[in-house]
Design a protein around this ligand. Sequence first.
Ligand SMILES: C[S@@+](CC[C@H](N)C(=O)[O-])C[C@H]1O[C@@H](n2cnc3c(N)ncnc32)[C@H](O)[C@@H]1O
Length: 289
Amino acid sequence: MSHFQSGERIHLVDKKGRQYALTLKSGDRYQLSGHKIAHDDLIGKPDGSLVTLSGNKTMLALKPTFGDYVLKMPRGAQVLYPKDLALIPMWADVYPGARVFEAGTGSGALTMALLRAVGPSGLVVTYEAREDFGQTAMTNIERYMGPMPNLIPLRRNVYEGISLPEDGRPFDRLVLDLPEPWQVVPHAAQVLRSGGIYLSFVPTVPQVVQTVEALEKAMVFGMIETFETLLRTWSIQGRSVRPDHRMVAHSGFITVARKIESGLWPTAQAAEAAGEAAEDHEAREDDGR
Ligand SMILES: C[S@@+](CC[C@H](N)C(=O)[O-])C[C@H]1O[C@@H](n2cnc3c(N)ncnc32)[C@H](O)[C@@H]1O
């Protein structure tokens, strides 16, 4: 059974499901709206315990899931939502043992998702332009995952280029969550292995258009796809069964592409032109012309 330890981050959950994060430290006291509990009354308790604060306030004490942890951890930059964190390792096909490049690190949420997916035999190299964000991310990652010897965090501007790891081998996957991923596409073309996967996340339409244009222009990316995810939760109370009134209606667009040898895959414009030509041909055949 898993018990709470001093130094660990845990969540207290109230009857409405609201979560409050605290880092356990022997001798400290936690306070929520006047209700108090000594950390020593939590340390040693099993994960999932009901605990009583002063004033007879009962709460649930839990080790946070990855998704819960990410939403409550200290932030420098805006973190990705769990719905996107779940999807990105799948669509970038991040597998155990993979060598992944990431930028920017931000608060470290996506870095953790990538580390979980590559496992101990994989590698994650992550660039962050801002020293303060990078430090927050490393604290967040270490507190949840412990020391990560297969993570290489670097303070670098990824728009200026990407260095290969010391062994000189290319990356299998490249994942970007920053404002101008199109500036990274030429570098991605150089450091991704053939058959490797490029994935970027951007919140707005002009950004996604510019990204896809850059991928097409590079001539070494094929199977370019863009999509977004909508997660709608439901309220189920007796016979009242309906979607919740509120949802995160938009977070961002995910663009995925495969690195390929140039030559086979047509650019979007060429494919469009070929499609139009084929449609013209079919239309003429339908007309009996
Ligand atoms: C939206 S945040 C990333 C959040 C991160 N995915 C997470 O889930 O915690 C974007 C980050 O990219 C960083 N960034 C922006 N431009 C960059 C660049 N040229 N090189 C490296 N990092 C950059 C920003 O400082 C910021 O921390």
